[in-house]
Design a protein around this ligand. Structure first.
Ligand code: ADP
Ligand code: ZN
Length: 728
């Protein structure tokens, strides 16, 4: 039980307002618990906050104002307080901003409300239809049960209007029920799939961890080995102990497959937490997580900040995925934060991947994490064959990106009724729009970036700031009309080529630009997986774990793309992405093949991708990082100084470079300042500094001393990214 403070006790309250720390108030009449969510007066306003502890006492007690009201939700637990303080300190984020991450939920302060639910009545419908019969079937399974209208429609697989029609006729009786109802119980004792011997061994190894207070295990299994089946058993174990589990997925489009599998395994769907979920469902999820009314949550990275009452397991699926790194507002790595959350809460962590992040692999090698390996595909399925296609030897016609050899292979699959996937990690139609007369390239007005043509949307778009404009008719540089040409391919242009080359085939494009809602995107992917397309064309959206059972041929259009740019993780990312995409090919009955188009088949990364010698690749990559003293062996912090006024930005950057004493004192080096690779975004100029240090826990302290030692005008923003993933 949380500590209870009697009315009138001086307390400190952390609010979500941008202040240095908690403020002192008096406990309300009737008292309040440590961690309680409260409303407090701040100047003329009422703001939300959390009782953080006893008053700091630097303010006279007789001047303290009382807490206005206690919000009717369970108090924040001590382990969450601890988590916020530790992650705030690690990422150099002020505590109020960390608190906002946990309170990002609609209607937190609203009293619990009611909404209409339905129960089976005694009258029969005037006319029976298939749809109506399905609803009645669901109702008859358990006549006492109450259903939300939408829930009932979903369970019966009918539209909302069918349910409404039945309600209008009195077949369904309206009742009033709390808005935030517990989720349907999951039953971990239902039998799961019959596991293979190696899967069983993996499950046993994971189960053995549950005796420990905390553990972190890398579940490293090739694509199709059954990692999901295996970690669902760990989830089952956790639920059977009466604890809550959280599964993080990198992409909401993946959830449909996962939800189905959870339902097959546990008899009901889990709670969901991501941007595709409605406000009422988010509110319900947050509250039920706090009240132990949700056993399993599947979510995006922000689900780590949900107020779990009794957390027993966190699974980070596709743990290498770069979308786990948030680089907006609070800079954090959800993978690392999951480990921290579990270590504080006393829970198990499973990091699942076919191609782990180098950091994770090194931690497993060093014995810091346990490792469980699944090195074969489930059943008779074999890993795809990897075939390099040397573009220097293929006859490529102008404006064409599918080599004759690859085209032949796709033709063969079309004849056999199998699916092919063409992978190109470039959104839009063409990355460059150039004037053929003078060479002028259309750029963004606010960023140092080219505008990318999007034909599907019918406009040019900046991938930095999202700004759009029409394709210009007249060149602003030479004044000549209608001479703009697209240069290079994006997926939309590749789809155009495929349509021309395979006129009989059904072509499906999968990219985040389709402007589909989460639900529609999931349906789109599902229908493709069920065979609604012959050739799939996709960005990295398709690399992420979705199963396409009919897919036997993968063509990587440009394997060299990610190797340019000299990013610290270029090799690692390329390796992961292409191995993942290739892993989409081939299932039990037919072996798949991945064709890798490249101009440099002799490049060590391309060779490692083709040979599949993953351990050798990670070992070499780790060695290179070790000798360069960069992560995971050393630490980096990326610093971006930005503002509208260039000379002000330069001034701050130079002042920071000059006053790096606190960093030098711990032996860290400071590089720069230099204009950032993208020197302007949304009209703000950007300069970069890079800090490199040994793995030294004093780094954060030194960084904040450094930042606080420089006068920063209010128009200039300094953001520090610990363990940066990108360097633009
Ligand atoms: P991974 O996550 O490692 O890529 P999955 O868990 O998605 O692998 O499994 C790949 C496919 O094999 C899925 O369609 C899954 O249902 C099937 N599969 C894996 N293990 C089993 C099993 N023990 N019994 C039946 N099907 C299985
Ligand atoms: Zn822009």
């Amino acid at each position: 039980m949380a500590r209870n403070y009697p009315g009138g006790t001086p307390l400190s309250v952390l609010t979500t307002q941008p202040l240095d720390g908690p403020l002192d108030y008096l406990a309300p009449e009737g008292g309040a618990a440590l961690g309680a969510f409260v409303k407090v007066p701040l100047g003329p306003r009422q703001v939300l906050g959390v009782i953080w502890g006893e008053a700091q006492g630097d303010y006279p007690v007789e001047k303290l104002r009382p807490i206005t009201a206690v919000v009717d939700v369970p108090p924040m637990r001590a382990d969450m307080q601890d988590f916020l303080m530790k992650t705030g300190a690690y990422t150099l984020t002020p505590l109020y901003q960390m608190l906002r991450m946990t309170m990002r939920v609609p209607g937190l302060a609203d009293p619990p409300g009611d909404r209409t639910v339905y129960q089976k009545g005694s009258s029969a419908p005037d006319r029976m239809t298939d749809a109506r019969a399905r609803v009645i079937d669901v109702l008859e399974e358990d006549p006492d049960k109450l259903y939300y209208p939408k829930e009932l429609a979903d369970m019966a697989g009918v539209s909302a209007s069918v349910v409404k029609g039945l309600a209008d006729q009195g077949v369904l009786l309206p009742r009033s029920a709390p808005r935030d109802a517990p989720y349907t119980k999951l039953d971990p004792s239902r039998p799961g799939k019959t596991l293979s011997d190696s899967q069983k061994d993996a499950v046993d190894a994971l189960r053995a961890k549950s005796d420990q207070r905390f553990s972190c295990t890398l579940l490293q299994g090739v694509t199709g080995s059954g990692k999901t089946e295996v970690y669902l058993e760990a989830v089952a174990e956790c639920l059977a102990r009466g604890q809550q589990a959280l599964v993080l997925l990198p992409e909401i489009a993946l959830t449909v497959d996962f939800l189905d599998r959870v339902e097959a395994r546990f008899g009901a769907r889990p709670a969901e937490w991501h941007y595709g979920v409605t406000m009422t469902e988010r509110r319900r999820c947050w509250r039920m997580v706090a009240q132990n009314g949700a056993q399993l949550v599947v979510g995006a990275r922000s689900a780590l900040y949900l107020p779990f009452a009794n957390l027993g397991l966190i699974v980070v699926d596709e743990e290498h995925d770069s979308s786990y790194k948030q680089e907006d507002g609070v800079f954090y790595s959800a993978r690392d934060m999951a480990v921290m959350r579990a270590s504080i809460a006393g829970a198990q962590v499973i990091l699942a991947s076919a191609t782990p992040a180098l950091e994770t692999w090194v931690n497993a090698e060093a014995g810091k994490y346990d490792r469980v390996v699944l090195d074969r595909r489930f059943g008779a399925a074999e890993l795809p064959e990897m075939v390099p296609l040397d573009l220097r030897e293929e006859e490529m016609s102008a404006q064409s990106w599918i080599s004759p050899r690859l085209a032949q292979e796709i033709d063969r699959r079309l004849e056999a009724g199998e699916q092919s996937l063409l992978f190109l990690n470039r959104r839009g139609y063409a990355p460059i729009t150039v004037c053929r007369v003078c060479g002028y390239q259309v750029g963004c007005d606010h960023c140092d970036a080219r505008m990318v043509e999007h034909r599907f949307r019918g406009e040019l778009m900046c991938h930095q700031c999202g700004e759009t404009k029409d394709k210009p008719k007249t060149c602003p540089s030479c004044g000549i009309e209608d001479r703009f040409a697209p240069i290079g391919p994006g997926v939309e242009r590749l789809a155009e080529e495929a349509t021309a080359r395979f006129p009989e085939a059904r072509i499906a494009l999968l990219s985040s630009d389709l402007m589909l809602s989460g639900q529609r995107l999931r349906e789109h992917i599902k229908s493709i997986a069920e065979g609604e397309a012959d050739v799939i064309i996709g960005t990295q959206l398709v690399a992420k774990g979705h199963n396409f059972p009919l897919l036997t041929c993968v063509g990587v259009i440009d394997a060299d793309l990610g190797l340019q740019g000299g990013d610290l993780r270029a090799a690692e990312r390329t390796f992961q992405l292409i191995r993942q995409v290739a892993g989409r090919a081939g299932r039990a009955d037919r072996r798949g093949t991945a064709y890798i188009q490249t101009h440099q088949p002799e490049h060590p990364v391309i060779k490692a991708i083709i040979s599949g010698e993953e351990e050798a690749f990670w070992r070499a990559e780790a060695e290179a990082r070790r000798s360069a003293g960069v992560p995971p062996f050393g630490r980096l912090a990326g610093v971006v100084i930005s503002g509208q006024n260039l000379s002000q930005v330069q001034g701050v950057a130079q002042a920071m470079a000059r006053s790096a004493g606190p960093l030098h004192a711990i032996g860290a080096e400071v590089f720069g300042p230099a204009p950032a690779p993208i020197a302007r975004i949304r009209g703000r100029h950007r300069m970069r500094l890079l800090v490199r240090s040994a793995k030294d826990p004093r780094l954060q302290g030194a960084l904040s001393l450094w930042r606080d030692g420089v006068t920063i005008p209010s128009q200039v923003r300094v953001s520090i990214d610990i363990d940066p993933q990108s360097f633009y």
